[in-house]
Design a protein around this ligand. Structure first.
Ligand code: AHG
Ligand code: MN
Ligand code: MN
Length: 339
């Protein structure tokens, strides 16, 4: 390709780093360690059909769900990358009941902590459908030199220093933000680098896609039921009926809607009164990315996701995210039934 001079993830992070003089290059090094771990997981994901990696690992995680082998592999890969980076003091992972505290001297003196969903959309592994990794980076609260505790992780999403996801799809992409817009990188397998592909991503204000597991319809709050009906009614001016798209991998559903414009909803239901998705390592990072791309992320009841004060590591929350006008509209319907 004539003139093909990609800007790599590392190059862009280093440029952006100049906006954070206090970080002294730590954040860029941390994100590049993360990128290496993502490439290792990418390689494994792409071989999932070839090697005996499919199927259950025989363990049940803290959410009571079966763990697939790839979940375990991704969890170990990212935790090891963070441990050896020397820039992370501890990790909260979907696959770990408790916070993983790093106690070597370098890590104890590190400034950052990470919340992550190492493998999101694991029900799609066996069927060759896109899956992902979600991460969120905070500065620790406890003084460096000590071991971090769970209290370090009970920070509101508005304190995130960086957040992002990797989508292992038809291409593997990393999308991240440090609060300077949302930026996308596509892995070029021929050179093994994440290359800048989407600078300053902006999600359309008005979208035409709604993404929700409609199989749970009967269990939805009335406001959600009414909003779904609204999406299905014909109206030329607002380009309705909207298209329904739902993969069942948050990363993939969110990524499509970010690019095309749409709303993703995982509401509370009669059987899951707090919703399903996890605040710390699913909703907060996605909310940061959505807002940085001009979208919104709330609990559907007027509360900004990133302003919710966490009380539990694996806390669940109802999640409405995507094109700002669509989230506004859905909230209007929810409001009608507020007690
Ligand atoms: P995980 O694979 O990390 O457990 O996450 C699955 C999540 C999320 O990716 C997706 O949006 C949602 O579960 C799908 O849930 P339903 O099958 O209930 O629709
Ligand atoms: Mn998940
Ligand atoms: Mn997961």
């Amino acid at each position: 390709m004539k003139g093909y001079q990609p800007q790599t993830l590392n190059e862009v992070i280093i440029q952006q780093q100049s906006a954070f003089p206090y970080a002294k290059g730590e954040l860029s090094r941390l994100l590049s360690h993360l990128g290496v771990a993502a490439k290792i997981v990418h390689k494994k994901v792409n071989k999932a059909g070839l090697v005996d990696i499919l199927g259950e690992a025989g363990e049940i995680n803290v959410q009571g769900e079966d763990q697939k082998k790839l979940d375990v592999f991704a969890d170990e890969t990212f935790i090891n990358a963070f441990r050896t980076s020397g820039m992370v003091a501890g990790v909260a992972s979907e696959e770990q009941d408790n916070v993983v505290v790093f106690t070597d001297e370098l890590s104890m003196n590190a400034n950052y902590i990470i919340c992550m969903d190492p493998l999101d959309g694991s029900s799609n592994i066996d069927v060759n459908v896109s899956i992902g990794t979600i991460f969120s980076i905070y500065r620790r609260i406890s003084p460096p030199g000590t071991a971090v505790t769970e209290a370090d992780f009970m920070q509101e999403g508005n304190k995130q220093v960086a957040a992002g996801y990797v989508v292992y799809g038809s291409s593997t992409m990393m999308v991240y933000t440090t609060g300077l817009g949302t930026t996308g990188f596509t892995l070029d397998p021929s050179i093994g680098e994440f290359c800048l592909s989407n600078m300053f991503m902006e999600t359309p204000k008005e979208g035409t896609i709604y993404s929700i597991n409609e199989g749970n319809y009967i269990k939805f709050p009335q406001g959600v039921k009414d909003y779904i009906k609204y999406c299905q009614i014909e109206d030329k001016a607002t380009k309705r009926p909207y298209s329904s798209r739902y993969i069942g991998s948050l990363v993939a559903d969110f990524h499509r809607n970010l690019l095309k414009g749409g709303i993703f909803i995982y509401p509370k239901t009669s059987s899951s009164p707090n919703g399903k998705l996890r605040l710390l390592y699913e909703c907060n990072p996605m909310a940061f990315l959505a807002e940085q791309a001009g979208g919104r992320a709330t609990d559907g009841y007027g509360n900004r996701i990133m302003d919710i004060k966490p009380t539990e590591l694996h806390q669940r929350v109802s999640f409405f995210s995507g094109s700002s006008s669509m989230v506004d509209k859905a909230e209007e319907f929810m409001k009608k039934y507020e007690e």
